[in-house]
Design a protein around this ligand. Structure first.
Ligand SMILES: NC(=O)c1ccc[n+]([C@@H]2O[C@H](COP(=O)([O-])OP(=O)(O)OC[C@H]3O[C@@H](n4cnc5c(N)ncnc54)[C@H](OP(=O)(O)O)[C@@H]3O)[C@@H](O)[C@H]2O)c1
Length: 315
């Protein structure tokens, strides 16, 4: 990829897309094509084809998707499968028609089977039933990955699928209906600090293990993969280590500065006991994560405090 390449980052206002833009700029790639969903609705095939025809991107990053937490995934099942299939199909096909040099497709670790052996290796894909709560979303993501592979095989394209672990950082979604683990924890402890609460109650036992990667590290890995991978096989993006929810909550509590106690409500569900990616393939290419959990949470909290999403003290 040369520094003057025209790179289209779809979804540049989202958490992953905005991190990709920061990382590409930092690496000296400044010829970026960016469109909001209002400017270009990627579910509209004719508009997507016209965009590729007119703008002629050379490289494409697909970080646009309909994304959400467990509540959104269970409530909007039809929207999750339909919108994501439309975005992927339109983009991947238009990228082939336009003859782009490479395409990077962001998949998600929910594509692994519900009872996948841990840590999850790329070879475990397609080996068992999916988690039912987010099955429509996961099926759409698997379809996107399969499309990338099929276009590589039939047309000799370089369409790469990456499978990031749970991410957090700037531009994360703090809406309680949509948020993932880290945003939910930061918001909960922040609100409890403002209210001077004695306790924060968290669902489950605190025992499940979770891998969490700072989103700028994920973008760094993705740009690295775009530059160094052959593109034939999907690649996990993660740290290769995890923590219990209790350990993660303790770090968030300390960074937010909440002085009360953490209580786990074991009557509530825990979710999967562990979700950890095997990152041997990524490490084999020469990439390793750099941001510690403490530094990542401190940066994420700092962003949250400066964002309009942050809860303010009530006077
Ligand atoms: N967040 C995670 O922990 C995580 C982990 C693993 C993988 N991923 C993957 O990374 C990708 C991005 O996730 P994210 O967390 O960055 O999501 P996000 O913050 O919700 O951002 C998604 C972006 O997609 C764009 N978009 C949605 N529908 C669109 C449409 N019809 N037309 C054009 N653009 C559209 C939105 O653009 P506008 O802002 O312009 O509306 C938005 O900026 C997803 O594929 C997800 O599976 C995320």
């Amino acid at each position: 990829m040369d520094k003057r390449s025209r790179i289209y980052v779809a979804g540049h206002r989202g958490m992953v897309g905005s991190a990709m833009v920061r990382r590409l700029h930092e690496a000296g790639f400044n010829n970026l094509l960016l469109r909001s969903s209002e400017e270009l609705d990627l579910t509209r095939q004719a508009d997507v084809e016209a965009f590729f025809e007119n703008e002629k991107p050379e490289h494409v990053v697909v970080a646009a998707a309909r994304v959400g937490g467990i509540l959104a995934n269970t409530t909007y099942r039809a929207e999750f499968i339909c919108t994501n299939l439309q975005i992927e199909t339109n983009m991947i096909h238009a990228a082939w028609q336009a003859g782009v040099k490479s395409l990077l497709f962001f998949s998600s670790s929910c594509v692994y089977p519900r009872l996948c052996p841990q840590p999850m290796k790329e070879e475990h894909l397609w080996s068992g039933p999916l988690e039912p709560t987010n099955e429509p979303y996961a099926v759409a993501k698997l379809a996107g990955m399969s499309m990338c592979q099929a276009y590589n095989e039939q047309y000799g394209m370089r369409f790469i699928s990456v499978i990031p672990t749970n991410l957090y950082g700037p531009n994360d979604n703090y809406d309680p209906q949509q948020s993932h683990l880290m945003a939910a924890l930061i918001q909960k402890f922040h609100l409890a600090k403002l209210a001077r609460s004695a306790q924060v109650v968290l669902w489950g036992t605190g025992a499940p293990r979770r891998e969490l990667l700072y989103v700028d590290d994920a973008a760094d890995a993705a740009v690295f993969v775009l530059q160094h991978s052959t593109g034939k096989d999907p690649i996990n993006i993660g740290l290769g280590r995890d923590w219990t929810v209790r350990e993660i909550a303790e770090v968030v509590k300390q960074i937010v500065g909440f002085k009360g106690e953490i209580v786990f409500d074991a009557s509530k569900p825990d979710g999967a006991p562990q979700k950890l990616l095997d990152v041997a393939r990524l490490n084999g290419l020469g990439w390793k994560a750099r941001t510690s959990l403490e530094d990542g949470i401190a940066k994420a909290y700092d962003w949250y405090l400066r964002s309009p999403q942050a809860a303010k003290p009530t006077s």
